[in-house]
Design a protein around this ligand. Structure first.
Ligand code: SF4
Length: 108
């Protein structure tokens, strides 16, 4: 049986947040190679979220005990998050605060 794609409100909010962070990072590059890299990392991250084993109960990926990302993408996302994290407060303050609260909640 095919596993259904995660499509609940929390995971959809996370998809929007991660997409926004990837967009902020790649906005600084105009060349084709970076734009291809952007599409690749975005599809990878969306696929991870679509099939995340925790579904609506997932923690943020940063504090996840499983870390389902391949090493290459994990490293790439670390660079993206480091750059975009502080800028999210400017571009998407509500998403940014929600994301931080989620992290705090799970760290408990
Ligand atoms: S890293 Fe963890 S929380 Fe993130 S998608 Fe993978 S399993 Fe889910």
């Amino acid at each position: 049986m095919v596993k259904p794609i995660n499509d609940g409100p929390k995971i959809n909010f996370e998809k929007k947040t991660v997409s926004a962070m990837i967009d902020i990072y790649y906005k600084q590059f105009k060349d084709e190679a970076h734009q291809e890299e952007r599409s690749d990392v975005l599809s990878y991250a969306m696929a991870r979220l679509n099939y995340c084993r925790f579904g609506e109960e997932k923690p943020t990926c940063k504090i996840c005990p499983v870390h389902c990302y391949q090493k290459k993408y994990q490293d790439q996302m670390k660079v993206i998050m480091r750059y975009s994290g502080p800028r999210m407060l400017l571009y998407h303050p509500i998403m940014s605060v929600e994301h931080m609260l989620k992290e705090w909640r799970y760290k408990g």
